[in-house]
Ligand binder design. Structure first.
Ligand SMILES: Nc1nc2c(c(=O)[nH]1)N[C@H]1C(S)=C(S)[C@@H](COP(=O)(O)O)O[C@H]1N2
Ligand SMILES: [Mo]
Length: 329
């Protein structure tokens, strides 16, 4: 079927923006007008969300404030309210630190300083970046994205980072490069793994992959921050992948290596259970997971029982068909 350019319905009406967000955006718009002249007026100035008071234990895990980050005007809202950080940052999947959703305290053992990311393989210009190189070389921006786990929970979070394609431009993949392999930090000394994993030979480190075309897509993002601050460890500090049209497991955390390769790489979940975790793993309501129908999802939030029934309809490509459907025709 030819690709028809239809903006997702949730991007259309202005009235879908929550009143608070609309107010914040207008204020920034005025500030930009006053501070930077008409030329810069289409981009908001800073990215700080209205500060949310969180539990002091959670507060201790949060990163450094990031200021002066531009909000990308294409991703100011996702047609749904932002998820409060008190939910998003205490309900995680990070199996290196355990098999439950409450790994946020133990994930604090992840050592993030110093940190380097090696970019190698089929590229003209291999690089090893430290975190300062990355954040100075690639301008940071804020994007509010929907996020959908294959387990049917979903959230809406403000990431801070840079488009993956900027890094591709810097390293220049050769024409032989067809796939990209992303490797997460792993050290058996600090990563106990899930309690149920003791008898299994789990294929650490966590590895994920994309095609080069997917990595070059506008939406594919490296996040170094969330909710106006650097990433907390539970979200994959100091740098993780965000691929919002795919299920959450495609977004590997705490990236240490990025390799451009000719063949589709073996990935962590696809190796463990290929019929449950496809390599492609786009959000598709019509394609059930063996253990979850994918037709509905549930939003993390107040009053939500973590095991409550899903009520929100799932949207093809998580609502991002406008950007990505042409990759799959
Ligand atoms: N290294 C690593 N990355 C990972 C995972 C993991 O266990 N290890 N879990 C994935 C899954 S299943 C999901 S849903 C998201 C969860 O991201 P969040 O905890 O920041 O919401 O991280 C993904 N990235
Ligand atoms: Mo997930």
């Amino acid at each position: 079927m030819p690709f028809i350019h239809t903006p997702p319905s949730w991007q259309l009406p202005e009235k879908l923006i929550t009143p608070e967000l609309a107010f914040m955006n207008r204020r920034r718009f005025m500030k930009a007008l006053i501070g930077a002249g008409a030329g810069a007026a289409t981009v908001g100035l800073t990215a700080c969300q209205p500060p949310e008071a969180v539990d002091p234990e959670l507060e201790k895990t949060l990163g450094q404030p990031l200021s002066g980050i531009e909000r990308n005007p294409n991703f100011l809202n996702a047609g749904r309210d932002l998820t409060k950080q008190t939910y998003a940052s205490r309900y995680n999947n990070f199996y290196e630190y355990g098999g439950t959703k409450t790994i946020w305290p133990i994930a604090q053992n992840l050592p993030t300083d110093p940190w380097t990311v090696e970019v190698s393989g089929l590229v003209k210009n291999p690089q090893t970046y430290d975190l300062d190189d990355l954040t100075q070389r690639f301008p940071l921006e804020e994007r509010i994205y929907r996020f959908r786990c294959v387990e049917a929970w979903a959230m809406v979070v403000p990431w801070i980072g840079f488009p993956m394609k900027r890094l591709m431009e810097a390293v220049e993949p050769t024409s032989q490069a067809k796939f990209v392999r992303f490797t997460s930090f792993y050290d058996a000394e600090v990563c106990p793994g899930p309690a149920w994993g003791f008898a299994l030979n789990l294929p650490w480190p966590y590895v994920e992959g994309l095609t080069v075309e997917e990595m070059a897509n506008d939406l594919a993002f490296f996040a170094v921050g969330i909710y106006g601050r650097t990433l907390p460890k539970q979200h994959g500090a100091p740098i993780r992948m965000v691929v919002p049209w795919k299920y959450g497991f495609k977004g590997a955390k705490s990236i240490v290596k990025i390799e451009f390769v000719a063949e589709q790489p073996a990935t962590y979940w696809n190796t463990i259970s290929p019929n449950e975790y496809a390599f492609e793993a786009n959000v598709e309501p019509e394609v059930p997971h063996p253990r979850w129908s994918q037709s509905k999802e549930r939003l993390l939030g107040e009053g939500t029982n973590p095991y409550a029934w899903e009520t929100q309809p799932t949207v093809i490509y998580n609502g991002y068909g406008e950007y990505v459907a042409s990759l799959y025709t």
